[in-house]
Structure formats: C-alpha cells, structure tokens
Design a protein around this ligand. Structure first.
Ligand SMILES: Nc1nc2c(ncn2[C@@H]2O[C@H](COP(=O)(O)OP(=O)(O)OP(=O)(O)O)[C@@H](O)[C@H]2O)c(=O)[nH]1
Ligand SMILES: [Mg+2]
Length: 491
C-alpha cells in the first residue's frame, strides 16, 4: 500500500478533474451549489427524524482515497448523508445531500450496548459513533439548509463538513486538516487563497449580522472596514504593516463581546447561550491610530493610521468540536492567514478549570510564550460581576493558574490608545519634543465591558493592554510572533 492514495500516492487524473470543479474561485469565494427542486422535496423528510441524533462515520475509500471516512447523521431509522445507493468502492461521488430511510450506509447491525460502536477506528464496515446530540431547533434548521447540496468535494464540501455543520454549525473536516496526508497531497494543487478557504463555511450558509453601534456617545478606536473568513491576498508590505491581534479563551468568556468594543459596533455575534456561539474563525479588519516604528521620514516612534486585524476564534473547550479538531483548526487558520501575531489575548471569566488551563497551555507552547511573553495579554473578563475588592484576586488566581508571569511594556505616554482616545495626543510634530515621557503598560488586567453601560476605565485598559506594539531594536522595530514557515521551524 502506500500513502493516502494507495500505492501511487497521487490523485487519479479523472478524480482531480472532478474534484477541482468543486474548488472555490478567487472572485466568488466558497459557495455550495444547491438543486432547489430536489431540496424542496428532501427537506420535508427531515421532519421524520426523532429527537436523538447520532453523527456516525464508516471507513469508505472514496475517489481513490484510501482510509477515508464517510460521515452521516441518523436517528437509527432515518439518515441524512451526502450520497446514494449508487456509491461503490473507489467511485468519485456524483451526488447530493439527501435523506432516506433505507438501510444505514452498510446495513451493519447496531453494536451491543449502544446504537453504534464508538471504540475501534480500524474496523472496515463498522459504523463508529462520533457524537450523540439532540435535534434542537437550530439543528433541524441546519438539516434543512444542507438538503440538496450538489457540489461534493473531498477538500471543500465532503460528508464530514456537512455532518459537523448540521451537528454544531462548524464547516470542518478533520480529514483535510493540516497535518493529514490528504491535505499534504491536495494542497499542492491549490492556490494560496484556496488553501485559506479550506474548512471555511460556504457563503450561502453564513448569516449576515447587522452592525449596530454599541455605545452611542463613544468613539470607536478601530474603524471597521470588513469582516472576512480568509484574508485577501495583500502585498507583502501590507501584510507586514498590519497589527494583528488574536483572542483566545474558553467558550463564553466574552471574546466576541470584547471584539465588538474595539469597533464600538456589533461586528461579531456575542450572546449568552448554553452552547458555543462563535462557530467559525473570523478576521475583522479596520484602521486605528497606532504606534509606528521610526520610518525614513519620521525619526521617532509616532502615531499613524495602521491596518488592524482582530481575530475572533471558536471558544476553547467548545461545546461542539472535540479539542484536537478545534486546536488544529485554529492553528491552521492563524498560520494560513497571518504572517505574524502582534498580540495574543487570553480571555477567561468565572472559574478557570483544569480543561481551560490545559487548552490555553497548548496555545502558549505553540506560540512560544516563553520567548514572546511580551506579546501576550491575560484578561480576566466579566469583572463587573465581582466586588471591586475581588477583581484583583481573581486576576491573580487566573494568572497563577496560567503561569502568566507579571510582564509590563514600556511605551511613550502619547502612544497609548487611551491618550489617543482622550485627545491628549499632541500629534507627531510636538510629540517629538515630549519623547522622554514614558509609561508602563501592564499585560494582565481584570475588566468588565457590557453593551448596556460604557465602563470607560475598563475600555482604556482593554485598548492599552492589547494595542501597544512591543518595541525592539530589530530592523522592523517590532517584536512579533512569527507564524510563517520560513520564519519558524517549530510551527
Ligand atoms: N457581565 C458581563 N457579561 C459579559 C461580559 N463579556 C461578555 N459577557 C456576556 O457573556 C456572554 C458570552 O459572551 P460572548 O462574547 O458570546 O463570549 P465568547 O467568548 O465569544 O463565546 P464563544 O463564541 O462561545 O466562544 C454574552 O451574554 C455576553 O453579553 C462582561 O464583561 N461582563
Ligand atoms: Mg464568540
């Protein structure tokens, strides 16, 4: 045998021809095609499913790919899957998402002690239960949404994408993630933009969020320009110039709400819910008056309008995606879209559990906290819910658990975002005269920001602790966490 594609380890030409038809073009982004008349017919069948659903998989060579798992959703009687009875081993599927009450994909008998086996991945013809979940109204809606999708693609729209989307709203396939053989083989045939769009929700399945102003009397520090799922191809200079902030933390800790505060607008969905809210990684771009390293025109550090990208991530310990899949997804999206990170913001709230600590520690290691500690900020969020005297204790406890240390940055007073917002910045000309005025900036803070009331001090804390570059003496002037392959061998 050989690698993922058998002994040849190269996709068959016929399969590649068919597969590439399903790949997104740069102009149109990632789309799914839906056969509307088929959809109308199929989606009424979704009402037949009982309340208890299972996301299952079965090993099934597909389009020449060995060790590929076909995913489907079933209640034990009715099944939603990408495919039909004409599927035979090794075929390139030519089908649509459908619902039937025929035999389960292989007709295998349910395993003892549960509907399906959930233990042994290696068995052929064995149905493996990945996840049991309830048919909530949101699940029922997503089942109907995917009915009739026709453009199956191993890389962009396979059965796992569809099933994970139905179960939890994430358009994700662990089988095409970075690190898999399939990804390695197929990525060679893709453009850079196509690679960025892997595991990205198709446009038709995304809901437009109406942007509303958060606090009527406040100014936005970052002016929103666009929200994207994959960063556009920008020039090397633009890429290098942007100030990139990534928020990471447990689900529900308030990451999306903090992002809305940077823009003073509801750019990201933030709400209290039993399950995770943000189910895709989004890049919010805008501009802000930020510190810039000396240039050939200006000798000193100064303020200038710069592009800012703020990344909202799916919450760690997500209620839907298992940790290894989620971590791989976040890493591939960050690496694939950003050349460097200026600031990593860890956001926690309430109790910090062992699971939270473990997940955060993984990202600390991956982003080399021990080297780049000045590029990390730790936020104990929702501190408005605590008594004033308990805030510092909660922050202290969190930082102890996350081994955050107690790091500070030093920066010219006038370059602080709070100075800019409060209008005390005298501008580049007179700034040069006041260059000696320095201030310390702490990289850990307890804050509470809610849409109902602007807490100005907390707002300033958020901006000051996350939007000051780490100044150093390298050629570029900034210390950044490199993400690109060339800059970094361990990523
Ligand atoms: N009181 C208070 N509530 C907050 C604060 N920040 C967020 N919340 C609330 O907490 C809930 C979750 O906030 P989100 O912004 O959706 O949290 P998230 O971290 O993005 O969650 P996921 O997308 O699931 O990872 C919402 O109801 C917010 O209004 C805060 O500082 N104080
Ligand atoms: Mg969120």
């Amino acid at each position: 045998m050989g690698g993922v594609l058998g002994s040849r380890n190269k996709p068959p030409a016929a399969m590649m021809g068919r597969e590439r038809l399903g790949w997104p073009a740069h102009e149109s982004g990632h789309n799914v095609r839906v056969n509307q008349s088929m959809k109308q017919h199929i989606q009424v069948l979704c009402d037949n499913f009982g309340p208890d659903l299972f996301m299952c998989k079965i090993k099934r060579p597909c389009g020449g790919v060995i060790n590929f798992f076909h995913f489907f959703i079933t209640d034990g009687k009715w099944t939603l899957e990408f495919g039909d009875e004409h599927w035979y081993e090794g075929a390139v599927p030519q089908f649509h998402v459908q619902v039937h009450c025929g035999p389960l994909p292989t007709g295998t008998e349910p395993a003892e002690g549960g509907l399906f086996s959930n233990s042994d991945d290696s068995l052929e013809d064995q149905i493996i239960e990945e996840k049991a979940f309830l048919k909530s109204p949101a699940v029922a809606e997503r089942m109907k949404e995917v009915c009739g999708i026709t453009n199956w693609s191993l890389c962009f729209a396979n059965s796992e994408h569809v099933c994970r989307y139905v179960a939890g709203g994430n358009w994700t396939s662990s089988q095409i993630m970075e690190g898999t053989d399939l990804r390695r083989v197929m990525a060679k045939y893709m453009t850079e933009y196509q690679r960025k769009l892997l595991n990205t929700k198709p446009l038709q399945l995304t809901k437009q969020l109406q942007h509303a102003t958060l606090h009527k009397d406040a100014a936005a520090f970052v002016i929103h320009t666009k929200t994207v799922r994959a960063m556009d191809q920008v020039t090397h200079e633009e890429m290098n110039d942007a100030f990139n902030i990534v928020l990471l933390g447990p689900t529900g800790s308030g990451k999306s709400n903090l992002i809305n505060h940077y823009f003073n607008a509801t750019v990201s969905q933030s709400k209290g819910a039993a399950s995770s809210v943000t189910n895709e990684i989004l890049f919010f771009s805008g501009t802000a008056s930020l510190a810039r390293a000396p240039t050939k025109d200006v000798d000193e550090w100064h303020l200038e309008e710069r592009r800012v990208n703020i990344v909202d991530t799916i919450g760690l310990c997500d209620t839907v995606l298992e940790a290894p899949v989620l971590h791989a997804l976040i890493k591939e999206k960050l690496k694939g879209n950003l050349a460097h990170i200026d600031r990593v913001v860890f956001v926690c709230a309430g109790r910090v559990t062992q699971e939270h600590q473990d997940a955060i520690e993984q990202f600390q290691k991956w982003l080399r906290f021990s080297t780049y500690f000045e590029n990390f900020t730790f936020i104990y969020n929702k501190a408005d819910l605590l008594q004033e005297e308990d805030r510092e204790q909660a922050l202290f406890d969190m930082c102890g658990m996350l081994k955050a240390g107690n790091h500070v940055l030093t920066c010219h007073r006038d370059l602080f975002p709070s100075a800019v917002l409060r209008g005390s910045n005298p501008g580049v000309q007179s700034f040069v005269a006041t260059v000696s005025a320095k201030r310390e900036c702490v990289l850990r803070t307890a804050i509470g920001l809610t849409p109902d009331k602007l807490r100005e001090d907390d707002m300033m804390q958020l901006l000051d602790s996350t939007m000051i570059p780490v100044m150093n003496k390298t050629e570029q002037g900034y210390q950044r966490i490199p993400l690109s392959e060339e800059d970094c061998t361990i990523l």
